[in-house]
Design a protein around this ligand. Structure first.
Ligand code: NAD
Length: 490
């Protein structure tokens, strides 16, 4: 009998009122770790009621006081980093160093939000007319919610949580039902950090919990990260209910390799981007476009990198790549490779039907390289979310940029080159919100917004930094006159 996780509401752990639950599985072994309840409207309502009550005091708490529990949370996250990293590895599959890396980004966001007393300052103008001053202040929205995906259980909630509460909102998290244990552990730390009850809540579940959040009249804003079809659904239902929404979707990230690139560096970084986190990163390189003479060297070296990558349980320090998240995901990725082959691609390195000794029940797909992928092939256009790199070839940088821009997603595009002119042209012309120059995972640090474009993002204000401050606050403009006769009395 495995344990069933609880929700965190009004400062306490509480069992979900839902009967239904799902097994949470270690993808490297298929062992059931715990059960997650599939909460629905009654649990969401209870959490929102507690948040509405807490908001009355929290919004009046000075920003300088609101950030004190965030300082405590940063220290607790640092202290428990190793345990949290192992939890991420066990429920999500990535390697320990990848898990630690995402936690470092989480901590960075907590640190950045600790600047809120300055970040949320308004602006003013004296004497906009004689004796009249005008100023704009930022006020919190009320209760806000975030719905997050499976692939970064330790980091993505922190793209939102610290900013939401530091600006004076009360916050509800609905993490992915596939990786809920990391959130459960983080909420033990949130409890210890000293936030007043009701300021931060955790409700586990899937689609029903999401719908209850989207329809709740007291939730003012929705932050979402996940696949594009769900992002579109969440964005339109949230907007239909009059809420603010920022919804980050899927990706299909191209990387251009010029003949003047440092080929050894380009291949090493490209392999990490394509195969790191088993390709389950929204900033994973999915298509490499070689230009002219870059083709033979890049092809040989990326094949070698794919062959040599050590695959296995991420908690083993020698392992460089873990499993994909589920049996369904493995079947889908392997099916897409087969589809690619049937549509004319050559399979240079085949990661299908491979087993890791001792972990025969794990959901492993080994690194895969496909060549001569046609731009109109399904594998060139669909997000694979597995360790699969497609190669395409262009004669010139013009052709390469045209291939980069021939897609609906716009999460990331990268170029490897030693030419500043090529690099500048690339960053100027590509339709992508995050751009890498000799970088394979162009993930903005916490002080910059995470800028997806196209089908990778629905909304206008992105996660992190000053965009998060704007998203979680509403502006109020005051036009003020104090007749001189009044002041003369004193
Ligand atoms: P997903 O869309 O399946 O799930 C995301 C969240 O939505 C989960 O909390 C889930 O419970 C909920 N959900 C799923 N289906 C739903 C439905 N039909 N109705 C209501 N809610 C639903 O995504 P995932 O598989 O967990 O995550 C992987 C995806 O996330 C990939 O497409 C990846 O590119 C994307 N992603 C994007 C970014 C980014 O910054 N753009 C970052 C990380 C992941």
């Amino acid at each position: 009998m495995v344990d069933r996780l609880q929700n965190f509401i009004d400062g306490n752990w509480r069992p979900s009122r839902a009967d239904q639950a799902l097994d949470v599985v270690n993808p490297a072994t298929s062992e059931v770790l715990v059960q997650v309840p599939l909460s629905s409207a009654p649990d969401v309502n209870q959490a929102v009621e507690a948040a509405v009550r807490a908001f009355v005091e929290w919004r009046q708490t000075p920003a300088g006081e609101r950030i004190q529990p965030l300082f405590a949370l940063k220290a607790l996250l640092e202290k428990h980093l190793d345990d949290l990293a192992l939890t991420i590895t066990d429920e999500c599959g990535k390697t320990l160093s990848e898990s630690k890396g995402e936690l470092r980004r989480a901590i960075e966001n907590v640190e950045t939000a600790c600047g809120m007393p300055t970040m949320m300052q308004g602006v003013n103008a004296e004497d906009i007319a004689r004796g009249i001053d005008e100023f704009m202040i930022r006020q919190p929205l009320g209760v806000v919610a975030a719905i997050t995906p499976f692939n970064f259980p330790g980091m993505i909630p922190f793209w939102f949580l610290p900013y939401a509460v530091a600006t004076g909102n009360c916050f509800l998290l609905k993490p992915s039902e596939r990786v809920p244990i990391t959130s459960a552990k983080i909420f033990d730390l949130i409890r210890a950090a000293g936030f007043p009850p009701g300021v931060i809540q955790l409700v586990h579940g899937g689609k029903e919990a999401v719908n209850a959040i989207l329809d709740h009249p007291r939730i003012r804003a929705i932050s979402f990260v996940g696949s594009t079809p769900t992002a579109k659904y969440v964005y339109s239902r949230a907007a239909g209910n009059g809420k603010r929404a920022q919804c980050q979707g899927g990706a299909k990230n191209p990387v251009v390799v010029m003949p003047d690139a440092d080929m050894e560096m380009a291949t090493r970084i490209l392999a990490d981007s394509a195969f790191g986190c088993a390709g389950q990163r929204c900033l994973a390189a999915s298509v490499a476009i070689t230009v002219s003479d870059a083709r033979p060297a890049l092809t040989d070296q990326i094949m070698a990198a794919a062959h040599s990558r050590k695959v296995g349980y991420g908690g083993n320090p020698e392992v460089e790549m873990g499993p994909v998240i589920s049996a369904q995901s493995k079947a889908r990725v392997e099916g897409l490779i087969a589809k690619g082959e049937s549509q004319g691609a050559r399979v240079l390195v085949d990661g299908r039907n491979r087993k890791v000794a001792g972990l025969e029940e794990g959901y492993f797909v080994f690194p895969t390289v496909l060549d001569e992928v046609r731009p109109d092939a399904e594998i060139a256009r669909t997000e694979i979310f597995g360790p699969v790199l497609s190669l395409m070839h262009a004669g010139t940088i013009d052709e390469a940029i045209a291939l980069v821009n021939d897609r609906s997603y716009g999460n990331m595009a990268c170029i490897f080159t030693s030419s500043g002119a090529h690099a500048r042209r690339f960053r100027y012309e590509v339709n992508s919100g995050n751009v890498g120059i000799n970088v394979g995972v162009a993930a903005p640090i916490a002080n910059f917004p995470f800028s997806g474009w196209g089908e990778s993002f629905f909304g206008d204000l992105h996660a992190q930094a000053h965009h998060a401050v704007e998203f979680y606050t509403q502006t109020k403009v005051v036009v003020e006159r104090w007749p001189k006769t009044w002041s003369r009395k004193f």
